[in-house]
Design a protein around this ligand. Structure first.
Ligand SMILES: NC(=O)c1ccc[n+]([C@@H]2O[C@H](COP(=O)([O-])OP(=O)(O)OC[C@H]3O[C@@H](n4cnc5c(N)ncnc54)[C@H](O)[C@@H]3O)[C@@H](O)[C@H]2O)c1
Length: 519
């Protein structure tokens, strides 16, 4: 839904004049002049991927990095030095959210923070780039979508492959039927990291590491380096292991090419079979997803490289297969054969009389489709393009290429696979209602409690019912005209009347809004 009014007010003055309404309206408001302003970016989390993001945002001409929040002092200092230019450093990310120079927040913290930080940032009027996996448990995704929508925020999920040109080219091939009907998808990640990453004792956190802030909404625990930087991935309190860490990337491409994926059921098996460290998530896992008309299988091993090793994503169609990675793709055609020639025979002369007869002569080899290869992929280029897509969407107020709906849908697939593994049974899913059919125990696991004070913060973020009134005040406080794009559902019917009488409406008459009011 898009409304358009015209404005002579610079965005910052509008926002400043309506501080009471920042949390509710700044997202939806953008003046023509704002298009030429630099976008103030703040980073939360400066680790393995956070540092990459700093470098990529730094390269954008319309970006001004103004702040960074880190709960690890050493990393905070390093980030500030890398950013330079007097960027502010915060140990508490809530201070960064209060910083009026921050228009946009980039969240690169462990998974258990993604949802809450995104919602708080949206409520503070910031657009958000948040790393994958989008969530720690399924319910968080719908909360994020609702909060972002209510605040009119643009949110990009860090599934950067969607910005790779060769991924788009392969998408077109598949959607044009180049490999026929896709019936099966195979995804894998195989390596051998035996014996694992160690089993250190609990102890005091290193000086300058705010462990309580790291844990945030997760359960209180004594400090343990295995649960901290990078290795949080191997613990259920902060992550879903490789199923969510890597599986979200692969399933995201599947959803993008063939989706939206409406899962019917999932079964997953595995365990921590061979790693001798203190981690919890499976070192070996297989998951089968049942979608209408096709199946998808995820498989990871941390303890046996096997053959083929490494990562893989293969779409198997009725004319051939397409195998894709961050560096490129290959289409391998299937041979056209007479089906009877595929029937085995164990004696010369074939089956006894009455059996299936093979062709007498070898037929000329024909292929169902053409072989193709494209090795143009470049991971760093994908990262940069993803940032660019996000920044462009901030200006246009369009949905980014990796939007919240897809991020939520795909993260949920991963979480459901993990639930199946942990419960030891397959799960039936109703994709429309986002509920598990006939399994009360599994249903209860779609949500987890947040630790205080973060539970209160969550409830605050979810209670947005007063926003229409605040929005109305925001409009009435101003003179002149402004551009308001998107998210008419922020506006109550009475607020809209006030808008109409105060502002010159360029498009989107009330009749177009009514549909949204009823949503
Ligand atoms: N898209 C990709 O290709 C990609 C690659 C790597 C990681 N990731 C994702 O990025 C996220 C981070 O992973 P990582 O490997 O960079 O982890 P990391 O441990 O290296 O970095 C996370 C940082 O967040 C900081 N942090 C934690 N809680 C914080 C808080 N409350 N306030 C401020 N800072 C806080 C930590 O101190 C740490 O420096 C994960 O969700 C991971 O799945 C994505």
């Amino acid at each position: 839904m898009e409304l358009e009014l015209t404005s002579t007010l610079p965005r910052r003055s509008f926002v400043a004049a309506t501080t009471a309404a920042i949390a509710t309206t700044a997202a939806a408001v953008q003046t023509a002049s704002a298009a030429n302003e630099k976008i103030g970016v703040g980073f939360i989390g400066y680790g393995l991927i956070g540092k990459r993001h700093v470098l990529d945002f730094q390269q954008q001409p319309d970006v001004n990095i103004v702040a960074v929040a880190e709960c690890h002092q050493g990393r905070l200092d390093e980030a500030k030095a890398l950013i330079g230019g007097g960027a502010k450093g915060y140990g508490d990310f809530r201070k960064l959210l209060e910083d009026k120079n921050v228009d946009v927040v980039v969240i690169s913290t462990p998974d258990h923070w993604h949802a809450l930080m995104t919602m708080l940032a949206c409520a503070a009027g910031k657009d958000v780039y948040v790393e994958k996996p989008l969530t720690l448990f399924p319910k968080e995704g719908r909360w994020m979508i609702d909060v972002a929508k209510k605040h009119g925020r643009v949110v990009q999920v860090g599934t950067q492959q969607r910005s790779g040109p060769h991924y788009s080219a392969a998408k077109k091939l598949i959607q044009d039927g180049h490999i026929g009907k896709v019936v099966s998808i195979r995804m894998q990640s195989y390596r051998n990291v035996v014996p694992g990453f160690g089993n250190p004792p609990d102890g005091p956190p290193p000086a300058g590491f705010d462990w309580d802030m790291f844990l945030g909404p997760a359960p209180q625990r004594p400090y343990n380096s295995q649960r901290g930087l990078y290795h949080f991935r191997w613990f259920w309190d902060y992550s879903g292991g490789q199923m969510t860490n890597l599986g979200q990337h692969s399933l995201d491409i599947v959803d993008w090419y063939l989706g939206p994926l409406a899962l019917k059921s999932v079964a997953s098996f595995g365990g921590r079979f061979a790693l001798a460290d203190s981690g919890e998530t499976p070192d070996t896992q297989d998951a089968i997803f049942d979608f209408p008309g096709c199946t998808a299988a995820w498989s990871h091993r941390e303890v046996s490289q096997g053959e083929p090793a490494g990562s893989g994503l293969v779409f198997c169609g009725t004319k051939g297969s397409l195998s894709i990675s961050r560096s490129g793709f290959t289409v391998t055609p299937d041979r056209q054969i007479r089906p009877e020639d595929a029937v085995p025979q164990f004696t010369e002369g074939g089956q006894p009389v009455g059996g299936v007869a093979r062709s007498k002569q070898r037929a000329e080899t024909k292929l169902w489709t053409t072989a193709l290869t494209d090795q143009s992929g470049n991971q760093l280029d994908q990262f940069r393009r993803h940032v660019r897509n996000f920044l462009d969407c901030i200006k246009s107020r369009q949905r980014p290429v990796s939007d919240l709906e897809s991020g939520h849908r795909v993260a949920t697939l991963c979480h459901l696979a993990n639930l199946s593994l942990r419960l030891g049974r397959s799960l039936q899913w109703d994709a429309k209602t986002e509920t598990i059919r006939g399994d009360a125990e599994a249903t209860a696991m779609l949500e987890r409690p947040y630790r205080q004070p973060w539970d209160a913060a969550l409830k605050g973020a979810l209670s947005y019912s007063k926003r229409p009134r605040l929005l109305q005040q925001a409009f009435q406080a101003q003179a002149g005209t402004l551009v308001l794009r998107g998210h008419a559902d922020l506006i109550s019917r009475s607020a809209w009347s006030a808008v109409c009488s105060t502002w010159r409406v360029m498009s989107s008459p009330i009749s177009r809004c009514e549909r949204v009011f009823h949503c």
